[in-house]
Design a protein around this ligand. Structure first.
Ligand SMILES: NC(=O)c1ccc[n+]([C@@H]2O[C@H](COP(=O)([O-])OP(=O)(O)OC[C@H]3O[C@@H](n4cnc5c(N)ncnc54)[C@H](OP(=O)(O)O)[C@@H]3O)[C@@H](O)[C@H]2O)c1
Length: 467
């Protein structure tokens, strides 16, 4: 039996085998559980290692005890990777990381795991009991690592404040973009520099689906392929709706600009409405389609948004295909940095978690320096170029009517394609940048035109190229 399996069994025997909150991810833990935690805090606060029971103190000379909360896709991959890499990590840190206990819904006890661990790795997901466990662990002097984007998006400031007050490390690289070390770059490498914009392909599922659609699959066919390849869950709505990417972009905006952004503040749109012919016409215009998250510092505030966007070939994100993620960071002194790597899946995410754990063990380098919060306004309307697809009657004067409606709302046309005859006649165009609110108004006006056969489709175009 593996160490982890034995400890799981031990924890189950000692504690009667109860998770913190058997009632579901976001349910509350019992008051009894809370009181139990605070009762232990006083002794644990005396200092991380001193907080360990005597049985553990001796063992800690050579082992670094890790408490693991959650043993699902990422948690089990992390436990396996930790066991495989333990000797290599010991040769660089002098300590053998080892799982001291595992909490699932129906086995393990958080209090017992906390007492026997030097660091806590949270891979349960959801808000509660994850939030309560991380706060209790930090209050007890433990370093913590998490991959929980939902929790960081909604309660990041509370967690950052407690980590700073307790002098412990809070690491969360795996919450954003798989193995890409974007948190480290923003909080360490680029400290003191001004970041102006971040563009990210931060959801591997949607990037896989869009790549398949560019190769000719319909949305439905591409989703089936994504599920078969293990890149989409049975219920893919968090991913395809853009919600998952929105939470990640909110965290990146907090790190880059100091502005607190909750999920409700991010305007997001998914990929369910996209049609294969949009991708085909866009290809003829030299564009490729991605689900892009943007966090942007502007003169009057910060904009955070997620939506499908067309990119010209010279943009670094244009060639990021399949389940890969990529993040582009722009700033005056750095011009542009792009990082890409595998974004989805237990193993890739577990690698990022392990990297965070090792940095916590080494205690090297500064703790992640989170910018102090600022009160910059969040902007709803920004300027963008647009791709516009209009199915029209095959009659003279159609192009003029559509162009006039665009012109009334301040849009000028950069390029246009007229395709098809009769029932298949359509106009495909790209505009120069205009306010998104104006573009929405122009689209509703065009939809009212007698010559238009069905509601037009407008998709943002990101014009920047770095060639
Ligand atoms: N999957 C990915 O590719 C990926 C990528 C990046 C980040 N993440 C993040 O990683 C975290 C874990 O994701 P996952 O895909 O591994 O989730 P998962 O497969 O659903 O596993 C969740 C684990 O947490 C345990 N758990 C859930 N609620 C609990 C509770 N109230 N008390 C005790 N244990 C509880 C579950 O216990 P049972 O085993 O008893 O059900 C399970 O072992 C999430 O924050 C997710 O956003 C995942």
């Amino acid at each position: 039996m593996s160490t982890e399996g034995r400890l799981l069994e031990e924890a189950g025997q000692q504690q009667g085998g109860h998770g913190l909150d058997g009632g579901g991810r976001d349910g509350g833990a019992s008051e009894g559980g809370r009181q139990g935690l605070s009762g232990r805090e006083a002794s644990a606060r005396e200092g991380g290692r001193q907080g360990l029971p005597s049985r553990e103190r001796g063992r800690a000379e050579s082992t670094y005890a890790v408490g693991l909360l959650g043993h699902g896709t990422v948690g089990s991959a992390f436990a396996e990777l930790l066991e495989q890499r333990s000797a290599a990590i010991a040769s660089s840190t002098g300590r053998h990381p080892s799982i001291a206990g595992v909490l699932t819904r129906d086995s393990g006890s958080f209090e017992q795991i906390l007492q026997s661990s030097e660091a806590i790795v949270e891979l349960m997901g959801g808000i509660e009991p994850a939030r309560r466990c991380l706060l209790a662990a930090m209050e007890a002097g433990r370093h913590v690592v998490t991959a929980n984007k939902q929790l960081l998006c909604e309660h990041g400031q509370e967690l950052f404040d407690v980590a700073a007050r307790c002098g412990v490390r809070l690491r969360f690289e795996a919450a954003i973009a798989g193995v890409i070390p974007v948190v480290r770059v923003l909080t360490e490498s680029l400290q003191g520099l001004e970041v102006t914009r971040i563009h990210g392909i931060v959801n591997g599922t949607t990037n896989f689906i869009l790549t398949e659609m560019e190769r000719g699959s319909t949305y439905e066919q591409a989703l089936v392929k994504a599920k078969r390849a293990g890149f989409a869950e049975a219920d893919p709505s968090e991913d395809v709706s853009g919600r998952d990417a929105a939470a990640k972009m909110a965290i990146l905006a907090r790190l880059a600009f100091g502005v607190e952004v909750k999920l409700k503040d991010v305007r997001y749109e998914g990929i369910e409405q996209l049609k294969v012919d949009d991708l085909e016409y866009a290809r003829q215009l030299g564009l490729s389609l991605k689900l892009v998250g943007t966090a942007e510092r502007m003169s009057d505030g910060v904009s955070v948004r997620v939506h499908p966007a067309f990119l010209y070939g010279g943009h670094p994100l244009a060639s990021v295909n399949g389940s890969f993620n990529a993040v582009t960071i722009e700033g005056e002194s750095i011009t542009e940095i792009t990082m890409s790597g595998p974004g989805a899946g237990g193993r890739a995410t577990a690698s990022a978690v392990l990297g965070d754990l090792v940095s916590v063990m080494e205690g090297s380098g500064p703790p992640a320096r989170i910018r102090p919060p600022t009160s910059l306004p969040l902007l709803d309307d920004v300027r963008s170029a647009f791709y516009l697809h209009v199915e029209v009657a095959d009659r003279p004067g159609v192009l003029v009517s559509v162009a006039e409606a665009l012109c009334r709302w301040g849009a000028s046309i950069k390029s246009v394609l007229q395709r098809g005859l009769g029932e298949n006649a359509r106009l495909v165009m790209v505009t120069h940048p205009l306010s998104e609110a104006n573009m929405r108004a122009a689209v509703s006006e065009i939809a009212q035109l007698e010559l238009v056969r069905c509601p037009p489709r407008a998709i943002t175009v990101i014009e920047e190229e770095f060639t």
